[in-house]
Each structure stands twice: as structure tokens, then as C-alpha cells.
Design a protein around this ligand. Sequence first.
Ligand code: GLU
Length: 315
Amino acid sequence: MKISISEVLREAYRRGEAVIPDGAVATYIPELGRADKNALGISICTRDGLHYGIGTVDKRFTMQSISKVVTLIVAMERFGVGEVFRNVGMEPSGEAFNSLIELDLKSNRPYNPMVNSGALTVTSLLVGKVSFESLLETTRRFCNDPEICLDETVYRSELANMSRNKSIAYLLESKGIIQSSVEETLDLYTRMCSLSVTARSLSNCAVLLAMDGVDARGNELIDSRLCEIAKTIMLTCGMYDESGEFAVKVGIPSKAGVGGGVLSAADNRLGIGVYGPSLDDKGNCIAGKPVLAYLSRALKLHIFDPNDITAEIIP
Ligand code: GLU
């Protein structure tokens, strides 16, 4: 029996909603603590640019770590893949997103661009060369959302509460990894984290990555090789220290942020944006896993599933 996309979305929502009480909103950035814990939105954007959604898909929230994908792509465009990965690795760290232990004890290079140490390193390459305004424009273009702007309140709240990121950045400087101004690096990183998106705009960016950088009108916005690299790093490192389990159960290159967003790029098929500020203990949207695991199975989106049935289910 053929199942409709609205039924699939309803079931995904139901599964996500069921786990929300087990999580908690982030409070280490005080302003994020004001989010509605019970909010949940799921947006799907097809390769033709059609949207299907359920729940809170138009509420603005901050991108947080999802911006690491944008920053990585811009740095690769600007400096080349070799130069970026001379400064940061490609390996999962197996540690928390804001850990500095492995960086201090085991390595002279951050493990990957999706953890804070790696993203701060990539951001430091951009300081003085790529302005915040140009990164904002790029984010708007990737998300097909001209209304993305800096959420000043979240930005100020994080700036006033970022001892941890300061420690990481100064450790990176002490090791000679960050060579530009640490304060400017932290400022640019925090601005990027504070860009306000919606589940719908994340689904737009996700489908752009899924379609190797070509938008629904046929314009190439990102080089396909860079999309391939970004998606691979998202698959192996995007969900922090639960990336392995997520790859098995969901199998869609994804990146989450502590603002509650998840961006999931189902290769060659579609893009998904999820908003749910109740987080698990790894700092990922707690509803994201059941929602995306279900969508992955129902729509056959796992990266190793050869059957593309999206055209049958989505008109
Ligand atoms: N701005 C957050 C931080 O640096 C981002 C973390 C996240 O979204 O996972 O702590």
C-alpha cells in the first residue's frame, strides 16, 4: 500500500514528540534556555524545490553548529581543500563537541571541522579575509532565505558566556594552530552560530548539498567536490560523539546545533530540516534521531539504500 508524504511526516512527528520530555534545552548559553522545549518542526524540500512540513517549520532559531558546514565550504572555496585540511583533520574525535582534552594530549591539529576546536581553526583562516557580511550573504544564498540575520540577543548571550570556547581558542593559539587574532576568531565564530534560520531554510540548504551544489533552477551554487567533502565529514563527525550510531540508524549526512536544528542531506534525493530545542546529552536535538531514523526507513534515504522511492511517495 502506498503511503503519502503527509502520513510519513505525521508519523515522524509522533515519534519525535514522544522523546522530547527526555531531553532539555541548552542553558550554557542562557538565551537558548528560553526556547520552548516542546517545539518540533520537520521540513522537507525536494530536488524540485517543493516543501512539505509539519509543526514549527517557520520559527526562527539560531543555527549554532550547523554554521560550521557553511564556514567549512567557504574556507575550502577560498583557500583550497589542501590548505584547510593542513590545519584541521578529517577524523571523528569521539569526544564532546567542546572538548579540548584530545587536542591538548593527543594531537597538534583539531580532529575535524565539526567540533568547536576544528571550527574555530577554520574560522581563524577566514579572519581578515572573508567578512561576516559576506558569510551572512552566503548563508542566505545556501538556505534560499534572505531573512536570515544575526540574532543579537543570542550573540551577546554567548559572547558573555564562552569561557570554554575561549580556552579552546587560546590553546589553539598556544600550539600555533590559530595564527590570526583569537578575539576576532571567537567573534566571527559566535556571529555565525547566532544566525537565525528556520527548519524550512535548513531543508533548503540540505537539498542544495544533497544535489551536489545545484539548486532547483539549475544554478551551481557550490562546487560538487566541496559538497562531497562536506557531506562525508557530516556523516562521520556531524552528530558529535554519536555520529557512528547515527550513521548506522539514520545514514543521512547531518549536522546538528545546540539551538535545536538539524540539517540532513539525503544524497540525490531531498533535504530535511528539523527544529526541536530539547537536546540529548550529546547536545543534539533529541527528537532528531527518531524523526530522521523513521524518515530514512520510510523514504529509503539511507546512504547505502540503492532504491530511490521519493518520486513515488512525493508527488
Ligand atoms: N555556539 C555553540 C558553542 O560553541 C555551538 C555548539 C553546537 O551547536 O553544538 O558552544
